[in-house]
Write a protein that binds this ligand. Structure first.
Ligand SMILES: Cc1cc2nc3c(=O)[nH]c(=O)nc-3n(C[C@H](O)[C@H](O)[C@H](O)COP(=O)(O)OP(=O)(O)OC[C@H]3O[C@@H](n4cnc5c(N)ncnc54)[C@H](O)[C@@H]3O)c2cc1C
Ligand SMILES: *[C@@H]1O[C@H](CO)[C@@H](O)[C@H](O)[C@H]1NC(C)=O
Ligand SMILES: *[C@@H]1O[C@H](CO)[C@@H](O)[C@H](O)[C@H]1NC(C)=O
Ligand SMILES: *[C@@H]1O[C@H](CO)[C@@H](O)[C@H](O)[C@H]1NC(C)=O
Ligand SMILES: *[C@@H]1O[C@H](CO)[C@@H](O)[C@H](O)[C@H]1NC(C)=O
Length: 491
């Protein structure tokens, strides 16, 4: 007997559930199903290493439709996930495995600014570049990352670091309130005085508890000037170790909140060498920029390349952000890659031995690797960081003591599938070259917005000391684990 006929008989007998398709149709929700037209395009992942087959990809147009679709998924025993910009590294926007109901929120695109409260209501289907443009119309801005195509739904859910975060915090730190759909379909608002437990949980682990259908952000006046800079060197292992060690010292020596950025490490021109770049932004006047970075530059040889551009806020973003600011004007490039992160605590600096081990690995294995790779040593902490000023228990984000977030990333050599098996061992080796040289009980973490589904001990590394409070919240809000996906909070 055909499966469909069997289900129909069950339904006639009053024993089975309606098919998902019937439930979504009854709610007026457009969706694509396996085998149907539009399904393959709707199942495309940013990281082409993954090719999951969802049960359906639905395109709700309102929070009411999101709610109806969540109920339809739950009653049909499906996992339900949201997709905003689709940039999750392990395709969790597609459920992170086969058979989930995907709610694509790209139709939820409203952005409104309230000049009385200086807050912006932003729906999750908006991309970061478009948000920056829309808020700039009002002379306002929020902190966020560099890729214009990233969706704000997934960005705010787990963090949202950018080069202005030392001044304004992470993207989730400016979430004042949110409208979310709970796993039982209830549409509710969370804020400091409405559902405060959920308000806590969605700022660091939103996807495990709710589907965000609107975010209310506190906004800032745009900085009056910007300086975007890159200083580049080619170093041997000693030189790179020194460049890193000096940077780690420099960032604790009273740098202003207006300075943000990272060290970027890339393949060197020959074995035993690496490219190192100090890439960052200074949200102050050009006249005080040189003096701000001078103490670091004084510890290093003259850079072999440098670009410094100054301008207003939007001119700064145009140089800084990766991708078209207006994301409707150009397509979003895809990739085929594996990535990990290591968040290093301020209390336990990277030792010289660990730094040397890391740069030895990158200069040798990195030169030999048949991947296209980079490392970004993102500056979260250092003097005057707004990220680390937020009390540890104020949000579910578990890493308020981070100095650096190391992003370790390797694409296939042409950015297309297949991904070489050697890419996994290469990136794992980057991480262990640091960790194996640090004390055994080193209290490092990992960043949930750069998720790695091969990571051991991920509960502790991603969610840290908040894990037990998160699991208790999960038990009370989502006992059926409707919002379940790789690395989600579990009961
Ligand atoms: C090229 C590139 C550059 C990046 N740069 C940075 C950076 O500079 N700084 C930084 O911090 N991060 C950066 N990231 C990581 C980025 O923050 C995450 O990938 C982010 O989660 C993507 O959000 P999304 O909505 O595009 O992805 P999606 O795949 O749609 O969603 C990501 C996760 O969030 C869930 N989710 C999506 N929407 C919602 C919602 N409305 N409610 C609840 N859960 C939801 C999804 O189910 C999924 O688990 C970058 C990623 C890429 C690919
Ligand atoms: C800043 O320093 C650079 C050299 O690093 C120099 O070329 C430039 O003129 C200086 N700019 C200002 C405004 O002092
Ligand atoms: C973005 O580009 C699209 C297509 O060219 C255009 O219709 C839209 O007005 C632009 N948006 C902004 C904010 O400039
Ligand atoms: C390098 O990777 C590409 C594709 O990612 C593959 O076609 C090629 O065979 C690989 N080369 C080696 C030497 O492994
Ligand atoms: C839905 O879940 C929330 C949170 O657990 C609960 O407060 C609410 O009563 C539930 N609603 C229904 C209709 O079951």
């Amino acid at each position: 007997m055909q499966a469909r006929t069997f289900l129909l008989l069950l339904q006639l007998a009053g024993l089975g559930r309606c098919l998902l398709r019937d439930d979504l149709q009854a709610a007026g929700v457009t969706a694509f199903y396996p085998g149907g037209s539009g399904y393959d395009a709707a199942s495309q992942t940013f990281n082409r290493r993954y090719t999951f087959k969802p049960a359906a990809v639905a395109f709700p147009t309102s929070s009411r439709q999101v709610s109806d679709a969540v109920k339809a998924g739950a009653v049909n025993n499906l996992k339900v996930v949201a997709r905003s910009g689709g940039h999750n590294y392990i395709a969790n926007g597609l459920g992170g495995k086969d058979g989930s109901l995907v709610l694509d929120l790209s139709q939820l695109k409203k952005i409104t600014f309230d000049s009385a409260t200086n807050t912006a209501l932003i729906e999750p289907g908006n991309r970061l570049g478009d948000i920056a443009l829309a808020l700039n119309e009002h002379g306002r801005a929020i902190p966020h990352g560099r890729c214009t195509y990233v969706g704000v739904g997934g960005h705010a859910a787990g963090g949202g670091f950018g080069f202005i975060s030392r001044m304004w915090g992470l993207n989730l730190d400016v979430v004042k309130a949110a409208e979310i759909v709970l796993p039982n379909g209830t549409i509710t608002t969370v804020s400091s005085d409405q559902n405060p437990d959920l308000y806590w949980g969605i700022r660091g682990a939103a996807s495990s508890f709710g589907i965000i259908t609107a975010l209310t952000f506190t906004t800032y006046p745009v900085p009056t000037s910007s300086v975007i800079f890159r200083y580049g060197w080619v170093f041997d292992i000693d030189g790179a170790t020194n460049a890193f060690e000096s940077f780690q010292n420099f960032v604790d020596k009273g740098i202003p909140a207006e300075l943000g950025g990272e060290l970027v490490i890339t393949r060197g021109p020959s074995t035993g060498r690496v490219g190192v770049e100090f890439f960052g932004a200074y949200w102050g006047p050009l006249s005080s920029f040189n003096a701000t970075v001078a103490p670091y530059l004084a510890t290093q040889p003259s850079p072999t390349s440098q670009t410094i551009s100054s301008g207003n806020w939007l001119e700064g973003l145009e140089v800084l952000l990766y991708g078209a600011l207006n994301t409707s004007t150009a397509p979003d490039p895809l990739d085929t890659f594996y990535a990990k992160s290591i968040m290093s605590p301020e209390a336990e600096p990277i030792t010289k031995d660990a730094a040397r081990s890391f740069f030895t690995y990158l200069a040798n294995e990195g030169f030999a690797s048949n991947t296209s790779w980079f490392v970004e040593i993102e500056l979260y902490g250092g003097s005057n960081s707004a990220i680390n000023r937020v009390p540890f228990d104020a949000t579910a984000f578990a890493h308020r003591d981070t100095r650096f977030n190391f992003q370790l990333y390797a694409s296939s050599s042409n950015s297309a599938p297949p991904y070489p098996a050697s890419g996994f061992t290469f990136v794992d080796g980057m991480a262990s070259s640091i960790i194996s040289e640090m004390p055994h009980d080193w209290d490092y973490g990992a960043y949930i917005n750069y998720p790695d589904d091969r990571l051991q001990d991920w509960e502790r590394l991603y969610y840290g000391a908040h894990w037990s409070r998160l699991t208790a919240l999960k038990r009370s809000v989502d006992p059926q684990d409707v919002y379940g996906f790789p690395l989600s909070v579990e009961e």
